[in-house]
Write a protein that binds this ligand. Structure first.
Ligand SMILES: Cc1cc2nc3c(=O)[nH]c(=O)nc-3n(C[C@H](O)[C@H](O)[C@H](O)COP(=O)(O)O)c2cc1C
Length: 154
């Protein structure tokens, strides 16, 4: 089984830290989903209605991604990680997913949040990973939760 861990992390690197643990545990490849234009601190100030994050959310905007995974078809399982934004995955994750053929893949979602749950993350991502099975999801609150989840998942 060949596993990819693809993740987006913006604020404090919390999702990146989880992604690294998963990749290490599973001896998986790691890919960071990076927007072509990186987010500044001001871009992420959701309390400002004109901040980039709010404009992207309200405008249902695509957020172009840097780099491409050339051997994506080699992976049968993908762990997809992100911080919860507005109750689900950030737009940049949708844009990332749209670039690939997900047919037949097993997908596990993982996320960090400021306290909220994963909500409808899976349902909302489903159209962007057409043909894949979303086989599990995990909101990681503490690093020690990761290992037992992985042992059950794969
Ligand atoms: C634009 C934006 C929207 C957010 N929306 C939510 C939310 O709906 N619920 C929640 O619990 N946390 C929300 N957060 C907090 C992040 O999910 C949380 O800080 C996350 O752990 C950051 O991960 P990172 O360091 O990998 O970017 C939001 C953060 C930002 C910047």
């Amino acid at each position: 089984m060949k596993i990819l861990v693809a993740y987006f992390s913006a604020e404090k690197g919390r999702t990146a830290a989880v992604a690294n643990v998963i990749a290490e545990q599973l001896k998986a490849d790691l890919f960071e989903i990076k927007p072509t234009v990186p987010y500044s601190k001001a871009d992420l100030r959701w309390i400002n209605p004109f901040a980039r994050c709010n404009k992207e959310k309200m405008g249902k905007k695509e957020v172009p991604v840097t780099g491409k995974i050339e051997n994506f078809s080699d992976y049968d399982t993908v762990f997809l990680g992100f911080p919860i934004w507005y109750g689900c995955a950030p737009n940049v994750v949708n844009t990332f997913c749209k670039d690939y053929d997900w047919n037949g893949k097993k997908v596990f979602l993982f996320a960090t949040s400021g306290g909220g749950g994963m909500g409808k993350s899976a349902e909302k991502l489903a159209p962007y990973v057409k043909g894949a099975e979303i086989a599990g999801e995990k909101l990681v609150k503490k690093p020690e939760e990761i290992k037992p989840w992985l042992e059950k998942a794969v």
